[in-house]
Design a protein around this ligand. Structure first.
Ligand SMILES: O=c1[nH]cnc2c(O)cc(-c3ccc(F)cc3)cc12
Ligand SMILES: [Mg+2]
Length: 214
């Protein structure tokens, strides 16, 4: 039967990237998406914004919503200090299988835990299952309609502390208008928009960085 796009992406990584070299895995995926098949990785332009925010925050605890094939997982994990607790959630089991192999090809399998399930089910389990108190950095890159309910879930579950940073992909394309309205109008967040483009295209997109004020 026909392979899937994530499976073809994995093959491209295994063929073109050097094992244990995260930069080569990132480059191989970007090359595949630019020259073979578009895929919804955060990409190199928005990926650089992600890199700069992760570096600035230098988090001890990280949560990613939406692993997909592990591209942003590799981008984040390669920047983390030893001992950082990094969890990534993915709803689609086939994506989990591909992501784990791409993360392993980068040699970063010991830096991150890939958990299969829905964010709505798993976020309330973070404290008990993973010994998390609060998250220093959260990357929202799953499904636009879950951004708002999930940020409210973080608040309700006491998973944010003064200074926690949330970075959301795709706030323009596909768009998360209700999330933007919430974080930009809530007195509990300081929000800033980073203009960019939809990965591997010239279409407008951007990322919203929101700091929880407690
Ligand atoms: O569903 C998405 N989850 C996470 N990130 C995404 C992402 O970066 C882009 C898109 C996307 C954007 C335009 C389009 F025509 C088709 C899909 C979807 C997701
Ligand atoms: Mg995205």
């Amino acid at each position: 039967t026909r392979s899937t796009r994530p499976q073809r992406m994995l093959k491209a990584v295994q063929k073109n990237a050097t094992k244990g070299n995260p930069e080569s895995v990132i480059s191989a995926i970007d090359y595949f998406c630019k020259h073979s098949e578009w895929a919804m990785n955060v990409g190199d332009e928005k990926g650089s914004i992600l890199d700069s925010v992760v570096t600035e925050v230098n988090p001890s605890t990280v949560l990613e919503l939406g692993t997909y094939c592990g591209y942003s997982t590799v981008r984040i994990a390669r920047l983390l200090s030893p001992g950082t607790k990094f969890i990534t959630l993915e709803f689609n089991p086939a994506n989990v299988t591909v992501a784990r192999q791409i993360i392993a090809h980068a040699g970063l399998q010991d830096k991150v835990t890939v958990v299969e399930g829905s964010s709505g089910d798993l976020i309330p389990q973070m404290k008990e299952r993973f010994g998390i108190t609060t998250f220093d950095f959260i990357f929202l890159d799953h499904w636009k309609d879950r951004y708002l309910p999930d940020i409210k879930l973080f608040e309700e579950c006491g998973l944010l502390r003064k200074g926690s940073v949330l970075l959301a992909d795709n706030v323009i394309c596909p768009g998360a208008p209700e999330y933007l309205e919430y974080v930009r109008n809530s007195p509990r967040y300081e929000s800033r928009y980073y203009p960019a483009h939809l990965e591997y295209t010239t279409l407008e997109d951007g990322m919203e960085k929101s700091v929880f004020l407690g």
